[in-house]
Design a protein around this ligand. Structure first.
Ligand SMILES: CC(C)(COP(=O)(O)OP(=O)(O)OC[C@H]1O[C@@H](n2cnc3c(N)ncnc32)[C@H](O)[C@@H]1OP(=O)(O)O)[C@@H](O)C(=O)NCCC(=O)NCCS
Length: 165
């Protein structure tokens, strides 16, 4: 498995092989081009397996930014259903941590919804600890039928100081 920030050439293959409605890949890649984040993609044999965004600027929501202003947030972690349970998610988080450490950024955060105990179990196994702080984010997303939905999401922040691990 290879993990790298999405290049312009990668984006063409990514949107072709892993179509996500609403221009999600394009939006993550475009934000990364401004330097505020990285759009990390895992590949095997030219096939995209999953991806994650590393937000160098921390949380979008005010609650998270105020409580943990120095944190780097790993978000939009997504592994394609047929590739789950084989370490891709773990590898994306490990590579995000490695890149953060390289920049001297040692406080890492993830957010998880109450309805996602599977992801929480993975994060806890990797050393992320609950903070009790709930971050509220509001966004639009497009379903498979092309309908746009507006969501207000409440996610608990989990943190890990990679210097002490
Ligand atoms: C959560 C997710 C990224 C994990 O990716 P992955 O490549 O399957 O993860 P790994 O193989 O490294 O680790 C497996 C662990 O992931 C968790 N997990 C959550 N949903 C899972 C699923 N559908 N299949 C397999 N593992 C899942 C479990 O904790 C599992 O550990 P377990 O075997 O002890 O139950 C992936 O399941 C996914 O994309 N889910 C949908 C999107 C999502 O919930 N993202 C996280 C938002 S906070």
């Amino acid at each position: 498995m290879g993990l790298r920030p999405c290049t312009a050439a990668d984006l063409t293959v990514l949107t072709e092989k892993w179509p996500v409605p609403g221009g999600v890949h394009e939006a993550h890649a475009s934000n990364a081009a401004h330097g505020s984040s990285d759009y990390l993609v895992a590949w095997r044999d030219g096939e995209p397996l999953g991806s994650a965004v590393i937000r160098w600027t921390g949380f979008v929501g005010a609650e998270g930014r105020v409580a943990h202003p120095d944190a780097v947030e790993i978000c939009h972690l997504q592994v394609r259903p047929e590739h789950r349970g084989r370490g891709v998610g773990t590898a994306l988080i490990a590579e995000s941590e490695r890149r953060a450490e390289e920049r001297g950024r040692l406080l890492l955060a993830v957010k998880v919804g109450e309805d996602n105990p599977g992801a929480r179990r993975l994060y806890e196994r990797l050393g992320y600890r609950a903070t009790g702080t709930v971050d509220v984010s509001e966004y639009d997303w497009v379903d498979d039928d092309g309908r746009t939905h507006h969501t207000i999401e409440r996610d608990e922040i989990l943190l890990q100081d990679i210097a002490t691990e």
